[in-house]
Write a protein that binds this ligand. Structure first.
Ligand code: B12
Length: 209
C-alpha cells in the first residue's frame, strides 16, 4: 500500500488497512517518520477539516483516531528505539478537560527515542497530578491541549506549580494545535514546540545542556 492509500485508510477509519499499510510501507523501506509525517498526521488534519465542514461528526473522528492509533502502534518500537541511558525524567499529560492524546503520545515516543525516561499521566490531568510528579523528581513537564477552551488550563497548572513553590525545580513545555510560541511565553512556560520531534529537541536543549 502506498502512502496515499494509507492516508485514505485513516480518513475512512479502517484500522486493519492502516495497520497492514504501515507494515507494508516499512517492508518497502519507507522510514517510520516519513509514514507519520506524510500519511498519518496529514490524514488527521483532513479529518479535522471534515469535522469543521460538518461532513464528519465525533464518531467518525473517533474511528479515524483509532485507525491512526493502530498505525502508530506498529511504528512505536521504531520511534522509541534508543540504546542510551535515560538523560532525564519527563512527565507528560493532556490538560484538564481535554481528551486528545494522539499528539501527546507521539511526543512521548519521540522523547523516549531521544533517551528520556517518560512518565505519561494520561488525559484530563489537573495541577495536583503534575505537582505530585514534580515532587517525585520530574525534571521537565510537557502539557498538551487541543481545544481553545482547555488552553487556559495550562496557565492554571503553571500557577499551581508556582504556588506550590516548585516552579524553579522544573522546566515546563507546552504544545498542541491551537498553541504557539507567543502563548507559551504569555503563560510563563519555558518553551513550545510544534511537533513531536521538535518537542524532543526542545527537551534536550532545556535539560541536557
Ligand atoms: C482525533 C480528534 C478527536 C478525538 C480524539 C481521540 C484521541 N484519542 O486523541 C475525539 C473524537 C475524542 C475528539 C473529541 C473532541 N474534539 Co477533536 N479532534 C480530533 C482531530 C481530528 C485530530 C487530533 C489529532 O490527533 N491530530 C494528530 C496529532 C498527531 O496532532 P496534534 O495533536 O496536533 O499533536 C502534534 C502537535 O500539536 C504537537 N504536540 C501535541 N501535544 C504536545 C505537547 C507538548 C508538550 C509539545 C511540545 C508538543 C505537542 O506534537 C504532536 C505530534 O507532532 C482534531 C483536528 C485537528 N486538526 O487537530 C480535532 C479537534 C482538535 N477537535 C475539536 C473538537 C471541537 C472536539 C470536541 C469538542 C468535539 C465535540 N463536539 O465533542 C471533542 C472534545 C473532547 C475533549 N473534551 O477533549 C476541534 C477543536 C477546536 C478548537 N479550536 O478548540 C478540532 C481542531 C477539530 C476542528 N477542526 O474543529 N477529537
Amino acid at each position: 500500500m502506498d502512502l496515499e492509500a494509507l492516508y485514505d485508510a485513516v480518513i475512512q477509519g479502517n484500522a486493519g488497512a492502516v495497520e497492514q499499510g504501515v507494515r507494508a510501507a516499512l517492508e518497502a523501506g519507507v522510514p517510520a517518520d516519513k509514514i507519520l509525517s506524510e500519511a498519518l498526521i496529514p490524514a488527521m488534519a483532513e479529518v479535522g477539516r471534515l469535522f469543521e465542514a460538518q461532513e464528519y461528526y465525533v464518531p467518525e473522528m473517533l474511528i479515524s483516531a483509532s485507525a491512526m492509533q493502530a498505525g502508530v502502534n506498529v511504528l512505536r518500537p521504531l520511534l522509541v528505539e534508543s540504546g542510551a541511558k535515560p538523560t532525564g525524567k519527563v512527565v507528560l499529560g493532556t490538560v484538564k478537560g481535554d481528551l486528545h492524546d494522539i499528539g501527546k503520545n507521539l511526543v512521548g515516543m519521540m522523547m523516549e527515542g531521544a533517551g528520556f525516561q517518560v512518565i505519561d499521566l494520561g488525559v484530563d490531568v489537573n495541577a495536583d497530578k503534575f505537582i505530585e510528579a514534580i515532587r517525585d523528581g520530574a525534571q521537565l513537564i510537557g502539557m498538551s491541549a487541543m481545544l481553545t477552551t482547555t488552553m487556559p488550563n495550562m496557565k492554571t497548572i503553571i500557577d499551581g506549580i508556582e504556588a506550590a513553590g516548585l516552579r524553579d525545580r522544573v522546566k515546563v513545555i507546552v504544545g498542541g494545535a491551537p498553541l504557539n510560541q507567543a502563548y507559551a511565553e504569555q503563560i510563563g512556560a519555558d518553551g513550545y514546540a510544534p511537533n513531536a520531534s521538535a518537542a524532543a529537541r526542545l527537551a534536550q536543549e532545556l535539560l541536557v545542556r
